[in-house]
Design a protein around this ligand. Structure first.
Ligand SMILES: [Zn+2]
Length: 342
């Protein structure tokens, strides 16, 4: 099979298209013919060697895959050749206290697709059937590949961790991102009033088309002052935060009393000052969130199949242009997912 491999950490120039042996399914595994594979910023961190995941080159990137089962290994009875599936991101143990209660994102011994298997920047992939989720017929390969991480992460943050309810006010930091635009759609679907910020008016215009109620340009406007003006001094019940740095504190300062800030990332500043006094006097909460559970993937796929949310695909590239695809993502020119098609 053809695969995009890197032998050393670095910039996009370390990527090489190469022939690798076809994967074979071990016991309890299937092989997939990959139909579409979405890019994620995690891929850049892994390629550069700064992901804090245990990665040993040579390595094939790609954690968000849609494929068709091309062969099944020994002992596989519930899955057939020809079924269209996506691997759930995590390779869970299946028997810890969290797996047993449907909270796989907390699994004590979790692996990740591409770290514990080969990756999605390839023509084929072998993985355990524990990963597999069926893809509804209504969704194209590209749309399905653009659904899992953006909407699964946003669902987990908003509802499971943040407990967002109808009629509450939500603020989304950096709405131009994949999870930000997913959060707009899910927030509106749940009946929230959605405020969001971004670094440009163009990104805010796109978010408006998805249903955002109020946009704030965080480069030219005072985020906290605008939130307080729009909410008449009340603040927001939930902040959707994945940026870190200054936007983390601005999120905290935008919260209403008893408000919840849910955070799943901190690229713009992973260690931040934290003003304790207004935090406890306002009885606020900071809630960590990491990936999502399998049942949440199934929910967002169902919503997409019914047309209630729109997976956003910016563009597709053939596998042999993976370098160009990654460079486009790193320039942050896209709105929606960039997808590789083998
Ligand atoms: Zn587990």
């Amino acid at each position: 099979m053809k695969a995009v491999v890197f032998d050393e950490f670095g910039g996009s120039d370390v990527l090489q298209l190469r022939d690798l042996p076809d994967p074979r399914p071990g016991p309890g595994e299937v092989t997939l013919d990959i139909l579409a594979s979405a890019l994620n910023h995690l891929d850049v961190d892994v390629r550069e060697g700064v992901s804090r995941f245990p990665v040993e080159p040579p390595f094939v990137l790609g954690v968000e895959v849609v494929g068709r089962i091309s062969s099944v290994g020994e002992g596989v009875t519930d899955w057939e050749v020809g079924e269209r599936v996506m691997p759930y991101l995590m390779d869970t143990c299946g028997h810890c206290v969290y797996c047993k209660t449907g909270r796989e994102s907390l699994c004590l011994a979790a692996g990740f697709i591409s770290f514990s298997t080969s990756g999605g920047y390839a023509e084929k992939l072998a993985c355990s059937t524990r990963h597999l989720v069926r893809v509804p017929d209504e969704l194209s390969d590209e749309a399905a590949a653009a659904t899992q991480i953006a909407f699964g992460t946003a669902w987990h943050m908003l509802f499971t961790r943040g407990r967002l309810g109808p009629g509450e006010t939500l603020m989304i930091n950096s709405v131009g991102s994949g999870i930000g635009s997913a959060a707009v759609q899910l927030g509106k679907l749940a009946g929230a009033f959605v405020i969001a910020n971004a670094s440009s008016d163009e990104k805010l215009a796109r978010a408006s088309e998805l249903g955002m109620d109020v946009g704030i340009n965080h480069q030219t406007q005072d985020v906290v002052a605008e939130v307080m003006r729009v909410t008449e001094g009340h603040g927001v019940e939930v902040v959707f935060e994945h940026v870190g740095g200054e936007l983390f504190q601005k999120g905290l300062d935008s919260l209403a009393k008893d408000g919840r800030l849910v955070i799943c990332g901190g690229h713009s500043g992973e260690v931040v000052p934290f003003d304790i006094i207004p935090f406890f006097r306002g009885q606020k909460q900071v809630i960590g969130s990491f990936v999502y559970n399998r049942s949440e993937v199934e929910k967002v796929l169902d919503l997409a199949a019914r047309g209630l949310i729109q997976p956003l695909v910016h563009t597709t590239f053939p596998l042999d242009q993976a370098r160009e695809a990654m460079e486009m993502m790193e320039r942050r020119e896209h709105f929606g997912k960039i997808v590789l098609k083998p």
